[in-house]
Design a binder for this molecule. Sequence first.
Ligand SMILES: Nc1ncnc2c1ncn2[C@@H]1O[C@H](COP(=O)(O)OP(=O)(O)OP(=O)(O)O)[C@@H](O)[C@H]1O
Ligand SMILES: [Mg+2]
Length: 249
Amino acid sequence: MADSPALSDVRVINISKSFSGLQALSKVSLTVPTGIIWGLIGPNGSGKTTLLNVISGVLPPDSGEVWLSDTNITALASDRIARLGIARTFQTIRLFKRLTVSENVEAGVMTVERGAIDHRVADLLERFGLTEWASTPAGSLPYGIQRRLEIARALGTRPKILLLDEPAAGLNESESEDLLSVIQGVRSDKEYGCGMLVIDHDLRLIMRLCDQIHVLNEGRTIAEGTPQEVRNHPAVIEAYLGHQNQALP
Ligand SMILES: Nc1ncnc2c1ncn2[C@@H]1O[C@H](COP(=O)(O)OP(=O)(O)OP(=O)(O)O)[C@@H](O)[C@H]1O
Ligand SMILES: [Mg+2]
């Protein structure tokens, strides 16, 4: 964790959200500083995606606030939030399947840049090992490459914070390893380095990747801390054993 104040961070303050009586989030608070990888974990239905939807402006919260540095971004439109510096990927891949890899990345870059688009696109393709796929329609890429392309496209908007919703879902072990190094590379990248909030059910990946982890269960925060602290936290062990009979790595 950085000692000095972060240049830019996302602060989620007491966010609550319900869906026709179902309390998906109850007073969740969380801060993601630039340059840090935060994990967001919890059993199915614990509110992880809902929290990303609230941060990225897909859903308005019932109460609470979201700040990006000193700007209150609560319930701003999602395109506005994207331009202010929060990018995301989705649990189910949402690429423009008929467009090429290059065109998908271009769509991200165009959100924020007018000139030098070609250069930026070529640079992102190169950095993410996508150059050889540049003219391939996104829908016909191997799944692991589609996940990588989603991240490259999201970074095309030059975000301060990147939200990744289950980036390793559906990947095999070697694709997962590739993705892990891609995400680690982003953290230290001079050009595209940013804070990240990463949801994943692959706890081994999360424990290796993240500096800090926030744990939700039934819409409430049950723990927050380093991977080591979270792994040994009784409430976390109980939530996971209770819901999924899944041993923590
Ligand atoms: N748009 C919606 N309308 C109604 N209920 C919703 C909506 N979105 C989420 N929910 C409900 O809110 C709860 C939290 O869902 P959410 O998708 O945030 O969980 P999650 O932690 O991302 O789960 P998973 O690990 O399965 O992706 C669930 O009970 C879900 O059914
Ligand atoms: Mg989800």
